[in-house]
Ligand binder design. Sequence first.
Ligand SMILES: [Zn+2]
Length: 279
Amino acid sequence: MKLYDAHNHLQDEWLLPHLERIAADLAQAGIAGAVVNGTTPDDWPTVSALASRFPWVVPSYGVHPWDCGNRPSDWQGRLESSLATEPRAVVGEIGLDRWILERAKPDDPRLAGLRRAPLAEQTEVFVWQLELAAASNLAASIHCTDAWGALLDALQHSKLPARGFLLHAYGGPPEMIRTFADLGAYFSFNGAYLDSQREARRNTFKSVPTDRLLVETDAPAMSLPSAWRCHELPAQPDTTALNHPANIAAVYAGLANFLGWRVDQLALRVEENFLRLFL
Ligand SMILES: [Zn+2]
């Protein structure tokens, strides 16, 4: 079975020390494609190096909403040149995040040292990147937390890639799925939604059209519940679990189980969808 991870961060500093083992585990799992999302100009060279080494890496370049406030002044030129030099490159991770502004704790370690850009500034940076993807008809991978109305408004007033875009780890309302799909959205199911407490998130995926369904890990973030994990990495110093990218196999198994499909049926569907959007 060929597996496709629509969204991860293999370039992350917490994964790189384990890269050889991760690559071997992914090969054994049957990885055939993984979109590796840069989040700031600082990590784009690492994404590019991974794409040179592994043929299954789809390199993706973008400024994440958490990194928006600290972006360097020359970020736009650097993004254009990263996209121009690699024929397989796509755009992401980009998006909108109101959670960091209104709900995140002031001392959340994941946000340490980051200036939290206001939503208007995030929107300007997001739309510029989205329209850059549209101009070359490249797929764009979008993060959205607590800003679904603002995201819809931005999508409705921007040029969009004709091939579509990904709403990664979709966590918006089920009733918005049709509207987003009509604009070209694909929706990736994250393994964290296999948690028994996240039934509402899981159920949302019953409304996703089958030709828009994808599967993702977001590794090293968004760990699966321990009962589903098929690979472990040593925890971070603050004891947060690190999500191993080869857990993509468990995400397929968990989603197939939830939908009542055979996992090989799901794999064929996801393959068609992944290839249509990203390659
Ligand atoms: Zn991500």
